[in-house]
Design a protein around this ligand. Sequence first.
Ligand SMILES: Nc1nc2c(ncn2[C@@H]2O[C@H](COP(=O)(O)OP(=O)(O)OP(=O)(O)O)[C@@H](O)[C@H]2O)c(=O)[nH]1
Length: 489
Amino acid sequence: MDLTSNSEVMLSTAGAGLRAQRLAGAVLLLSLLVFGALVPFAKLPLAPVWAFIPCYESMLLISDLITAVLLLGQVRSTRSRGVLALACGYFFTAGMTVVHALSFPGLFSPTGLLGAGPQSTAWLYMFWHGGFPLFVLAYAGLQGVELRMRPGPRPLYRAILRCVLLTLLLVVALGALATIGHDRLPVIMVKQRYAPALTVVVGIVWSFSVFALFAVWRKRQRSMLDLWLMVVMCAWLIDIALSALFNGARFDLGFYAGRIYGLLAANFVLMMLMVENGTLYLNLSRMADELRQLSMVDTMTGIANRRQFDATLEAEWRRAMRSGAPLSLLMLDIDFFKCYNDAYGHVAGDGCLRRVAQLLAAAARRPGELAARYGGEEFAVLLPGMDGAAALAFAQGICRALAELGVEHAHSAAAGHVTLSIGVACVGAGSAPGGGHPGGAAADAAAPLRLVEAADLALYASKTGGRNRATLAPPLRAAAGPPCATLPA
Ligand SMILES: Nc1nc2c(ncn2[C@@H]2O[C@H](COP(=O)(O)OP(=O)(O)OP(=O)(O)O)[C@@H](O)[C@H]2O)c(=O)[nH]1
């Protein structure tokens, strides 16, 4: 997974892959087939179901608003003017849906609210269906253009708010024109039937959708959003054709079918945004796992790194203080490693570090045990529940296993193979400074470091004692002093 870019998780920037294109193609083909089958029956009169209008428009309103808000979420990260224009387009259709429902004759009042006349809703439908494609055109034209922020607090939010308010103002203006000013508009509805002028108006509205579809189609790099917008525009064309071109009046088959298409069209982008949100969370959790892994593992040797060691030491220290169980620590350093690098080269040196790391990881296999690269050619092994004597024996076992591995080191004064010097320290029941009480060593953040210091001193003793050996430090309670037992491997 690419951790350096978020372009693949945003619908407005992610490229439309072959699978998505096929799916969109299949949806489109199915829509066209259904459309073709419906056209001959578009004028078929059906029973007027008044409840259909508020149901369909409430669903439209909700899905348009959710889509608009999700698109605004994309504007926050992409700062794209185009995506903001599209989000405003969805706010526009949401607003027009409300005005359309309120003014629909016979729904909330016999003639419709807002001072609507007999052709107000027909004109609102035209403004609504002609307006949205213009927002899509703006989206296609403005994509890649970043929002210009005015100086001041929260510039992005102010820019978004300005655009949304302007859109709502447009809705109010068009709503007023279609209701209060409906007398001044050409006659497109006579009673419940369509007037001849309607064909011209529908033609204009339809051509806007065609232009919008073409503008998105001709973009050089099509995103997932572009792809689904194209499907939306096709569904809009079908919606307009069925409910204003091929049908004859309100409540015929074309009227109902066209609106259902409109509803589906509104939901295409929403569904894709929802899917994208799911994918986004999945990708984020994967990235978080990867980052956690990267931050805890030494990339060269593949075992735990210093960060993981520090965190585990602190946790195991606390657990040991609470339970009174012993906790042992081994600090290990490769002998004459500088000579190894000088003689065999750094690449071979890296290989040697990896082999030692694998050997330690294989040895520290019990639950809770941890082998880590402490830094450079120094390693650490944490052994919870193991007392000093057992840890010393464990360390000697490592020295023996390394001898058996027999990694040649002709320039070592300790042996003809790579060897380790090991310091062993243990903290056990009653041996910790503070006696293990919550207010004592367990509460002292620096306390675990004393185990490291003790193991380090024991390691130094192993080095000065001839290398290729393990030394057990005195119990931690005693002041750091001379090691109590040094045993050659
Ligand atoms: N190849 C390689 N070498 C490393 C790495 N990290 C540290 N070293 C080398 O490890 C060597 C450590 O050298 P010193 O600290 O002098 O210790 P030494 O030669 O092992 O001698 P003693 O520890 O006293 O036995 C240095 O030459 C470092 O360059 C690494 O990631 N890869």
